[in-house]
Design a protein around this ligand. Sequence first.
Ligand SMILES: [Zn+2]
Length: 283
Amino acid sequence: MPTKFRRLGLLVAGLPIVLWVCGTSTAATRDAQKTVSSTTVVIDAGHGGSDRGGIPGQKIPEKEMTLDVAQRLKALLAKNGYQVVMTRDSDVFVPLPTRVAIANSYSNAIFVCIHFNSAKRAGADGIETYFYGRDSLPLASAVHYYVAGGAPSTNRGVRRRGYYVLRKAKTPAVLVECGFLTNPTEAAYAQTVSYRQKLAEEIAAGIRGRSLVTKAPGASTRVATAESIPLQSYTDQTNVRSSKGSRSKRSHKRSSRSKSSTKKKSSTPDGPEASTTSKEREG
Ligand SMILES: [Zn+2]
């Protein structure tokens, strides 16, 4: 058979496969699109108004950094087709219960709280991501995977802790600490527009990729794509006992733990955030 015909034969034989592949990917794309458009992402920029965030004497106001990253994230997600709601979109104080109530008013929401860390020890550094409910772990894993992977900082890991906003959320909720504003290097990064944009992009990638988290590295539980995200191991700090009574009160003032847990810290159930907490602890 002349080569020309043989090629034609191959071409025709391959056509159904091509069509099938195209059909599949179109359906997958449609499903993904549907998921995106039906998901409301509630973005919570930590602190605001009279609550500056961070530790006393801290030069860079955490509330400004969190709002900037939150607004960048909002723009990115909106462009991706997500419904986006901000718990605050300006420099105002919003009580924690109000923030959670906003998230809980959407049944299909995911709740993403953005913070920066701080510690008395200038050397404390790194990225950490918190979650509380088990159904929030895939989201925490995915967000942490991207943010920690994209930041030139130490990976402090995924942590489970009962912060108020995480504990009270009825939807998957995470709190990401985007680095230490008290660390000279991380503070310098945080003060650049490009880095804050990068943080927003990584958080957005985590949100988009949360359904690709696989149970264990190598396990193909879910989609067998090249981009499955390994489930991050986490440290459960929810029931940690206080080793010594006195940790810096500042740091814990914001952490809220379950009522059963004891006071290692002077924790009030309302800390907007987690931030300060852990770092001091390790720092
Ligand atoms: Zn904070």
